[in-house]
Write a protein of this length. Structure first.
Lengths: 257, 284
């Protein structure tokens, strides 16, 4: 495969990585966010500070961790602190510029559910729960979210407010005493979405190559809105794709046993 | 004063039916050997406390040992869901399980408050979070100085905490390195603390700010090399990521799970842990 051929998932990871800046201090969720954050570090943002909730600050793993507490995160970190210190001083203390989260269920206002499908007391599927996400969502300077689009995942209303995004939209965060920006960016396998400055609803800003409006709507449970200056997401560069594929193959070799 | 015993005695002397117990470790240093010994001894009606229940609590819940769990992330890290935990929550199998669910920040603060001898923890959290409506132990408090409304949760004070650590010295001081997680707080918050260690040495060769639990803060120590498997002990052996992936299949089906527990826990001994990490030691 060369840069003319890439998967939607690769496009998603590349697009997500580009959103991060060299001077960001990023609290990294496991899974898709972790791949994007490390791709950013290995391409345009070599000095980015990546933080995992296990307490590893400024980590630079050679392969993607399977868990948030893999040994390599600690070995390559600037420092490793205790979990209470992580959440109290570094997150609650306001040191994190960007929190990067995945989601099982997401609504148009960036509210995330990773707790239950169905009723909390009698769930049809019991998911793992929030972990660090509720306070990452409220205490990080801003939130990026990345997930693959599906009708199951992108829903009109989340079954449970694991992490509060913009609630019902508008100034809802402010009314709850939050001074951080909350979700500002959503990167999917089909598009980049930005939250509207007033309504706070996610609006499609760019479509990935090959993705159509129909595809975006057919994999999204709410009525999709598009930016007036809708454009195309730039395709991955050779460097981005090569770096991502090398990272993935090193990761598979390391975790495959 | 801490004392050295076999793992069997350490567990039987410190754990009782009905206890609130924490087997802590944040991905790293999870005290599997101690939990397996507790499974072999067949304790009942436990309240299990742990930020990230992981497959060790999947095993204990699947064996019907827990009546309640206090937690903040019940997943198989990097792999998916905990299937025995799900079966208990969704289908009451093998027994119903009361859940008290928090965020990581809340649990971390609650353990720290427990270690600090405080009745509750205060922090900026749970804003807009759904857990506030389903967990009666999440309350709010107004700062008497600024008027800011903050979250409050009861401190965690386990009857007993189990952890796994790198080393003990001969006096019974305990050294923890790497991802130290919440273990120090979990030990200091508990009435009793049991530590399994990789080795016992004459003296530590470390720096002045190392994470050391003085011997008088630990009740009992048991030497169990490999005792964190399939979690890991940094510098001793790697995390058994393959086992974490395999667990998803083992736990997917009740008879497969029960057979696995019979062969690998009930019919096994603490000494088996050293064998399980043999190949993982070479990887370090």
């Amino acid at each position: 495969m060369n840069s003319a051929e890439f998967t939607p998932e690769e496009m998603m990871t590349v697009a997500a990585s580009r959103a991060l800046k060299n001077d960001d201090v990023c609290f990294v969720g496991i899974g898709a966010p972790s791949a994007a954050c490390n791709l950013a570090r290995l391409t345009h943002a070599p000095d980015i500070t990546l933080i995992y909730e296990s307490g590893t600050i400024g980590t630079a793993p050679d392969v993607l961790p399977l868990s948030i507490g893999d040994p390599e995160l600690c070995e390559t970190a600037v420092t490793t602190v205790s979990v209470p210190e992580m959440f109290r001083y570094w997150l609650q203390g306001g040191r994190i510029t960007t929190g990067f989260l995945g989601a099982a269920q997401l609504d148009r206002f960036g509210n995330i559910n990773t707790t239950v499908i169905g009723d909390y007391k009698d769930p049809s599927i019991r998911l793992p729960g929030g972990g660090g996400a509720p306070e990452i969502a409220s205490s990080s300077g801003q939130i990026f979210i990345t997930m693959k689009q599906s009708l199951r995942g992108m829903v009109e209303t989340v079954d449970f407010f694991t992490s509060f995004g913009h609630g019902v939209g508008g100034q809802h965060r402010k009314r709850l005493g939050m001074t951080t920006k909350g979700p500002v960016l959503l990167i999917t396998d089909l598009a980049i979405w930005k939250s509207d400055p007033v309504t706070k609803e996610f609006v499609v800003a760019t479509l990935h190559q090959g993705a159509s409006r129909d595809q975006v709507q057919n994999t999204c449970g709410w009525t999709v809105k598009y930016s007036e200056d809708l454009s195309k997401t730039p395709v991955p560069t050779d460097l981005e794709l090569t770096t991502l594929r090398d990272l993935k193959s090193r990761t598979e070799a390391a975790h495959g046993g | 004063m801490s004392k050295f015993t076999s793992l069997k005695d350490a567990v039987s002397q410190n754990l009782n039916d009905g206890d609130t117990v924490a087997f802590e470790g944040f991905t790293h240093l999870i005290p599997y050997a101690a939990a397996h010994e507790a499974i072999r001894q067949g304790f009942k009606d436990l309240t299990l406390v742990r930020m990230t229940p992981d497959i060790v609590y999947d095993q204990m819940i699947g064996m019907g040992m827990a009546s309640k769990i206090i937690f903040s992330y019940a997943g198989n890290p990097g792999v998916g869901l905990l299937r025995r935990f799900r079966d208990a929550v969704e289908n009451n199998w093998p027994a119903s399980l009361e859940i008290e669910e928090h965020s990581h920040a809340a649990m971390a603060n609650a353990f720290e408050a427990g270690a600090a001898g405080l009745p509750f923890a205060v922090f900026r959290g749970y804003r807009g979070a759904g857990l506030v409506e389903v967990n009666a132990n999440i309350k709010s408090i107004t700062c008497p100085f600024s008027g800011e409304e903050l979250a409050a949760v009861p401190s965690i004070r386990p009857d007993v905490t189990f952890i796994h650590a790198h080393k003990a010295d001969k006096a019974g001081n305990v050294l923890i390195e790497g991802i130290i997680g919440i273990q120090k707080e979990a030990v200091l918050a508990a009435k009793r603390a049991v530590v399994t260690v990789e080795e016992i040495v004459d003296a530590f060769d470390t720096h002045p700010n190392a994470c050391i639990l003085p011997h008088w803060a630990v009740s009992t120590i048991a030497l169990v090399p490999g005792g964190a498997h399939p979690s890991y002990t940094h510098g001793y052996y790697e995390r058994d990521n393959v086992h974490y992936l395999e667990w998803d299949k083992i736990a997917a089906d009740r008879p497969t799970f029960q057979q696995w527990v019979q062969e690998n826990i009930l019919d096994a001994t603490p000494a088996d842990f050293n064998k399980r990490v043999e190949k993982l030691r070479n990887a370090v």
